[in-house]
Design a protein around this ligand. Structure first.
Ligand SMILES: *[C@@H]1O[C@H](CO)[C@@H](O)[C@H](O)[C@H]1NC(C)=O
Ligand SMILES: *[C@@H]1O[C@H](CO)[C@@H](O)[C@H](O)[C@H]1NC(C)=O
Length: 292
Protein backbone atom coordinates (compact mmCIF):
# COMPACT_ATOMS: atom_id res chain seq x y z
CA UNK A 1 0.00 0.00 0.00
CA UNK A 2 2.69 2.46 1.02
CA UNK A 3 4.77 1.52 -2.00
CA UNK A 4 1.82 1.88 -4.35
CA UNK A 5 1.02 5.30 -2.92
CA UNK A 6 4.61 6.37 -3.16
CA UNK A 7 4.85 5.49 -6.83
CA UNK A 8 1.53 7.21 -7.38
CA UNK A 9 2.95 10.36 -5.83
CA UNK A 10 6.28 10.25 -7.57
CA UNK A 11 5.11 12.15 -10.66
CA UNK A 12 3.74 14.99 -8.55
CA UNK A 13 7.00 15.36 -6.74
CA UNK A 14 9.42 15.00 -9.58
CA UNK A 15 7.55 16.06 -12.68
CA UNK A 16 5.45 18.99 -11.50
CA UNK A 17 5.60 21.51 -14.34
CA UNK A 18 7.41 24.71 -13.48
CA UNK A 19 4.98 27.41 -12.40
CA UNK A 20 5.77 29.87 -15.12
CA UNK A 21 5.21 27.29 -17.82
CA UNK A 22 1.74 26.38 -16.60
CA UNK A 23 -0.87 28.40 -18.47
CA UNK A 24 -3.79 28.14 -16.10
CA UNK A 25 -6.56 30.61 -16.92
CA UNK A 26 -6.43 33.69 -14.69
CA UNK A 27 -9.35 34.08 -12.30
CA UNK A 28 -10.91 37.21 -10.94
CA UNK A 29 -11.45 37.48 -7.20
CA UNK A 30 -14.17 39.59 -5.62
CA UNK A 31 -11.42 42.20 -5.09
CA UNK A 32 -10.82 42.30 -8.82
CA UNK A 33 -7.34 40.79 -8.40
CA UNK A 34 -6.35 38.18 -10.94
CA UNK A 35 -5.19 34.86 -9.59
CA UNK A 36 -3.68 32.13 -11.69
CA UNK A 37 -3.10 29.48 -9.03
CA UNK A 38 -5.84 30.28 -6.51
CA UNK A 39 -9.58 30.69 -6.22
CA UNK A 40 -10.26 33.45 -3.69
CA UNK A 41 -13.77 34.08 -2.37
CA UNK A 42 -15.75 35.26 0.63
CA UNK A 43 -18.07 32.62 2.12
CA UNK A 44 -20.49 32.15 4.98
CA UNK A 45 -24.00 33.48 5.57
CA UNK A 46 -22.53 36.91 6.39
CA UNK A 47 -19.71 36.63 3.82
CA UNK A 48 -17.26 37.05 6.67
CA UNK A 49 -14.97 34.08 5.99
CA UNK A 50 -12.24 34.45 3.39
CA UNK A 51 -11.57 31.23 1.49
CA UNK A 52 -8.32 30.66 -0.41
CA UNK A 53 -8.38 27.51 -2.52
CA UNK A 54 -5.15 26.28 -4.09
CA UNK A 55 -5.90 25.54 -7.69
CA UNK A 56 -3.05 23.92 -9.54
CA UNK A 57 -4.70 20.54 -10.13
CA UNK A 58 -2.25 19.08 -12.65
CA UNK A 59 0.58 19.45 -10.16
CA UNK A 60 -1.49 18.27 -7.14
CA UNK A 61 -1.19 21.86 -5.87
CA UNK A 62 2.59 21.72 -5.66
CA UNK A 63 3.70 25.01 -4.12
CA UNK A 64 5.70 27.19 -6.46
CA UNK A 65 6.93 30.73 -6.07
CA UNK A 66 4.11 32.16 -8.19
CA UNK A 67 1.47 30.40 -6.08
CA UNK A 68 3.01 31.56 -2.82
CA UNK A 69 3.21 35.16 -4.11
CA UNK A 70 -0.50 34.99 -4.92
CA UNK A 71 -1.19 33.47 -1.50
CA UNK A 72 0.49 36.48 0.10
CA UNK A 73 -1.63 38.87 -1.99
CA UNK A 74 -4.83 37.03 -1.05
CA UNK A 75 -3.88 37.10 2.64
CA UNK A 76 -3.13 40.85 2.46
CA UNK A 77 -6.52 41.37 0.85
CA UNK A 78 -8.43 39.46 3.57
CA UNK A 79 -6.30 40.94 6.35
CA UNK A 80 -7.40 44.43 5.24
CA UNK A 81 -11.08 43.55 4.71
CA UNK A 82 -12.91 44.64 7.90
CA UNK A 83 -15.78 42.21 7.21
CA UNK A 84 -13.55 39.13 7.17
CA UNK A 85 -13.11 37.57 10.60
CA UNK A 86 -11.41 34.29 9.66
CA UNK A 87 -9.61 32.74 6.71
CA UNK A 88 -9.80 29.18 5.39
CA UNK A 89 -7.02 27.73 3.23
CA UNK A 90 -7.88 24.58 1.31
CA UNK A 91 -6.86 22.55 -1.73
CA UNK A 92 -8.70 19.94 -3.75
CA UNK A 93 -10.23 16.66 -2.54
CA UNK A 94 -7.13 14.87 -3.81
CA UNK A 95 -4.43 17.17 -2.52
CA UNK A 96 -4.13 20.07 -0.11
CA UNK A 97 -0.61 20.51 -1.51
CA UNK A 98 1.61 17.58 -2.46
CA UNK A 99 4.83 19.44 -1.79
CA UNK A 100 6.99 22.20 -3.14
CA UNK A 101 7.71 22.44 -6.84
CA UNK A 102 10.85 20.31 -7.14
CA UNK A 103 11.53 21.43 -10.72
CA UNK A 104 11.94 24.96 -9.35
CA UNK A 105 14.54 23.72 -6.88
CA UNK A 106 16.36 21.07 -8.91
CA UNK A 107 19.25 23.19 -10.16
CA UNK A 108 19.44 25.80 -7.43
CA UNK A 109 22.84 26.42 -5.86
CA UNK A 110 23.62 27.09 -2.21
CA UNK A 111 24.65 30.61 -3.18
CA UNK A 112 21.26 31.23 -4.82
CA UNK A 113 19.37 29.81 -1.83
CA UNK A 114 21.33 31.64 0.84
CA UNK A 115 21.93 34.84 -1.14
CA UNK A 116 18.30 35.08 -2.25
CA UNK A 117 16.78 33.95 1.10
CA UNK A 118 14.99 31.10 -0.69
CA UNK A 119 11.53 30.36 0.84
CA UNK A 120 11.83 33.33 3.21
CA UNK A 121 8.50 34.78 2.05
CA UNK A 122 6.70 31.43 2.38
CA UNK A 123 5.88 31.99 6.04
CA UNK A 124 3.44 34.88 5.48
CA UNK A 125 0.57 32.61 6.58
CA UNK A 126 2.08 32.36 10.06
CA UNK A 127 2.14 36.17 10.35
CA UNK A 128 -1.54 36.82 9.59
CA UNK A 129 -3.33 38.39 12.56
CA UNK A 130 -6.74 36.95 11.69
CA UNK A 131 -7.33 33.27 12.52
CA UNK A 132 -6.47 30.89 9.69
CA UNK A 133 -7.97 27.40 9.36
CA UNK A 134 -6.41 24.79 7.11
CA UNK A 135 -8.96 22.40 5.57
CA UNK A 136 -6.81 19.47 4.45
CA UNK A 137 -8.11 16.81 2.07
CA UNK A 138 -5.70 14.36 0.46
CA UNK A 139 -1.97 14.94 0.50
CA UNK A 140 -0.33 17.52 2.74
CA UNK A 141 3.30 16.67 2.08
CA UNK A 142 6.51 18.61 2.49
CA UNK A 143 5.72 22.28 1.87
CA UNK A 144 2.02 21.34 1.94
CA UNK A 145 2.30 19.97 5.48
CA UNK A 146 4.34 23.03 6.45
CA UNK A 147 1.70 25.34 4.97
CA UNK A 148 -1.03 23.57 6.98
CA UNK A 149 1.05 23.86 10.15
CA UNK A 150 1.45 27.63 9.64
CA UNK A 151 -2.34 27.86 10.06
CA UNK A 152 -3.93 28.20 13.50
CA UNK A 153 -6.33 25.26 13.28
CA UNK A 154 -6.10 22.17 11.08
CA UNK A 155 -9.25 20.28 10.06
CA UNK A 156 -8.64 17.11 8.06
CA UNK A 157 -10.70 15.07 5.64
CA UNK A 158 -10.80 11.39 6.63
CA UNK A 159 -8.47 10.44 3.76
CA UNK A 160 -5.89 13.17 4.43
CA UNK A 161 -2.22 12.25 4.73
CA UNK A 162 0.52 14.32 6.32
CA UNK A 163 4.24 13.91 5.80
CA UNK A 164 7.65 15.54 5.51
CA UNK A 165 9.32 13.40 2.81
CA UNK A 166 12.20 15.82 2.03
CA UNK A 167 14.75 13.29 3.29
CA UNK A 168 13.86 11.01 0.34
CA UNK A 169 15.05 13.80 -1.97
CA UNK A 170 18.27 14.35 -0.09
CA UNK A 171 17.15 17.48 1.73
CA UNK A 172 15.24 18.48 4.88
CA UNK A 173 12.14 20.58 5.59
CA UNK A 174 12.83 24.25 4.86
CA UNK A 175 9.60 26.07 5.70
CA UNK A 176 9.27 25.26 9.39
CA UNK A 177 8.48 21.54 9.18
CA UNK A 178 11.09 20.32 11.64
CA UNK A 179 10.08 22.99 14.16
CA UNK A 180 6.29 23.18 13.91
CA UNK A 181 5.80 19.42 13.56
CA UNK A 182 7.93 18.74 16.64
CA UNK A 183 5.97 21.27 18.68
CA UNK A 184 2.68 19.79 17.44
CA UNK A 185 3.27 16.03 17.77
CA UNK A 186 6.33 15.69 20.03
CA UNK A 187 9.84 14.47 19.37
CA UNK A 188 9.45 10.77 18.65
CA UNK A 189 6.79 11.00 15.93
CA UNK A 190 8.27 14.16 14.39
CA UNK A 191 11.71 12.57 14.28
CA UNK A 192 10.30 9.39 12.74
CA UNK A 193 8.41 11.34 10.05
CA UNK A 194 11.35 13.62 9.19
CA UNK A 195 13.94 10.81 9.17
CA UNK A 196 11.92 8.18 7.27
CA UNK A 197 9.69 10.36 5.12
CA UNK A 198 6.75 8.14 6.17
CA UNK A 199 3.31 9.69 6.07
CA UNK A 200 0.64 9.63 8.77
CA UNK A 201 -3.11 9.32 8.25
CA UNK A 202 -5.74 11.83 9.37
CA UNK A 203 -6.57 9.55 12.31
CA UNK A 204 -2.92 9.36 13.42
CA UNK A 205 -2.59 13.12 12.97
CA UNK A 206 -5.61 13.66 15.21
CA UNK A 207 -4.34 11.28 17.89
CA UNK A 208 -1.00 13.11 17.82
CA UNK A 209 -2.63 16.54 18.17
CA UNK A 210 -1.66 17.85 14.73
CA UNK A 211 -5.31 18.04 13.68
CA UNK A 212 -8.27 19.14 15.81
CA UNK A 213 -11.15 17.52 13.87
CA UNK A 214 -11.74 14.98 11.10
CA UNK A 215 -14.70 15.10 8.71
CA UNK A 216 -15.76 13.11 5.63
CA UNK A 217 -13.97 14.46 2.55
CA UNK A 218 -17.02 16.17 1.03
CA UNK A 219 -18.08 17.81 4.33
CA UNK A 220 -14.66 19.19 5.24
CA UNK A 221 -14.76 22.60 3.58
CA UNK A 222 -18.23 23.52 4.83
CA UNK A 223 -17.24 22.49 8.37
CA UNK A 224 -14.09 24.63 8.15
CA UNK A 225 -16.14 27.59 6.90
CA UNK A 226 -18.63 27.00 9.69
CA UNK A 227 -15.77 27.12 12.23
CA UNK A 228 -14.61 30.34 10.54
CA UNK A 229 -18.12 31.81 10.89
CA UNK A 230 -18.14 30.96 14.59
CA UNK A 231 -14.84 32.77 15.04
CA UNK A 232 -15.90 35.71 12.86
CA UNK A 233 -19.03 36.15 15.02
CA UNK A 234 -16.90 37.12 18.02
CA UNK A 235 -15.07 40.41 18.51
CA UNK A 236 -12.33 40.60 15.86
CA UNK A 237 -10.31 42.82 18.14
CA UNK A 238 -10.39 40.41 21.08
CA UNK A 239 -9.93 37.41 18.75
CA UNK A 240 -6.62 38.91 17.60
CA UNK A 241 -5.57 39.22 21.25
CA UNK A 242 -6.56 35.61 21.95
CA UNK A 243 -4.56 34.40 18.95
CA UNK A 244 -1.56 36.44 20.06
CA UNK A 245 -1.79 34.94 23.54
CA UNK A 246 -1.95 31.32 22.35
CA UNK A 247 0.92 31.90 19.91
CA UNK A 248 3.04 33.27 22.76
CA UNK A 249 3.02 29.74 24.21
CA UNK A 250 5.23 28.66 21.27
CA UNK A 251 7.68 31.54 21.58
CA UNK A 252 8.11 32.25 25.29
CA UNK A 253 8.86 30.67 28.63
CA UNK A 254 5.83 29.92 30.82
CA UNK A 255 6.53 32.94 33.05
CA UNK A 256 6.91 35.34 30.12
CA UNK A 257 3.89 33.83 28.35
CA UNK A 258 1.72 34.20 31.44
CA UNK A 259 2.81 37.83 31.82
CA UNK A 260 1.92 38.51 28.21
CA UNK A 261 -1.46 36.81 28.65
CA UNK A 262 -2.21 39.02 31.67
CA UNK A 263 -1.36 42.18 29.75
CA UNK A 264 -3.64 41.14 26.89
CA UNK A 265 -6.38 40.07 29.32
CA UNK A 266 -6.22 43.49 31.03
CA UNK A 267 -6.27 45.12 27.59
CA UNK A 268 -9.62 43.50 26.79
CA UNK A 269 -11.05 45.64 29.61
CA UNK A 270 -10.30 48.72 27.51
CA UNK A 271 -12.59 47.50 24.72
CA UNK A 272 -16.28 48.16 24.10
CA UNK A 273 -16.62 44.52 23.10
CA UNK A 274 -15.57 43.22 26.55
CA UNK A 275 -18.19 45.52 28.12
CA UNK A 276 -20.84 44.42 25.62
CA UNK A 277 -19.95 40.73 26.01
CA UNK A 278 -20.26 40.74 29.79
CA UNK A 279 -23.38 42.94 29.79
CA UNK A 280 -25.05 40.63 27.26
CA UNK A 281 -24.14 37.61 29.39
CA UNK A 282 -25.59 39.17 32.54
CA UNK A 283 -28.71 40.32 30.66
CA UNK A 284 -29.08 36.86 29.05
CA UNK A 285 -29.02 38.18 25.47
CA UNK A 286 -26.75 37.66 22.46
CA UNK A 287 -23.75 39.98 22.38
CA UNK A 288 -23.54 42.49 19.54
CA UNK A 289 -19.82 43.01 19.01
CA UNK A 290 -18.62 46.05 17.07
CA UNK A 291 -14.89 45.29 16.98
CA UNK A 292 -14.12 48.30 19.15
C1 LIG B 1 18.76 20.89 -14.37
O1 LIG B 1 20.00 20.51 -14.88
C2 LIG B 1 19.99 19.25 -15.57
C3 LIG B 1 21.41 18.89 -15.93
O2 LIG B 1 22.08 19.98 -16.52
C4 LIG B 1 19.06 19.35 -16.77
O3 LIG B 1 19.00 18.10 -17.44
C5 LIG B 1 17.67 19.73 -16.28
O4 LIG B 1 16.79 19.92 -17.39
C6 LIG B 1 17.70 21.00 -15.45
N1 LIG B 1 16.39 21.22 -14.86
C7 LIG B 1 15.70 22.36 -14.98
C8 LIG B 1 14.36 22.39 -14.32
O5 LIG B 1 16.12 23.33 -15.56
C1 LIG C 1 -25.36 46.32 17.01
O1 LIG C 1 -24.77 47.56 17.35
C2 LIG C 1 -24.66 48.48 16.27
C3 LIG C 1 -23.81 49.66 16.71
O2 LIG C 1 -24.13 50.08 18.00
C4 LIG C 1 -26.06 48.85 15.81
O3 LIG C 1 -26.00 49.74 14.73
C5 LIG C 1 -26.81 47.59 15.41
O4 LIG C 1 -28.13 47.88 15.08
C6 LIG C 1 -26.79 46.56 16.53
N1 LIG C 1 -27.32 45.28 16.05
C7 LIG C 1 -28.22 44.56 16.75
C8 LIG C 1 -28.63 43.26 16.16
O5 LIG C 1 -28.63 44.91 17.84
Amino acid sequence: MAVALRSLLRPAWSLAPACLLLRAPARLSSAGTQFQYLVVEKKGVKQNVGVIQLNRPKALNALCDGLMNEMNQALDFFEKDPDVGAIVITGSEKAFAAGADIKEMQNRTFQECYGGSFLAHWNRVSLVRKPVIAAVNGYALGGGCELAMMCDIIYAGDKAQFGQPEILLGTIPGAGGSQRLTRAVGKSLAMEMVLTGDRISAQEAKEAGLVSKIYPTEKLLEEAISCGEKIAGNSKLVTAMAKEAVNAAFEMTLTEGNKMEKRLFYATFATDDRKEGMSAFVEKRKANFTDH
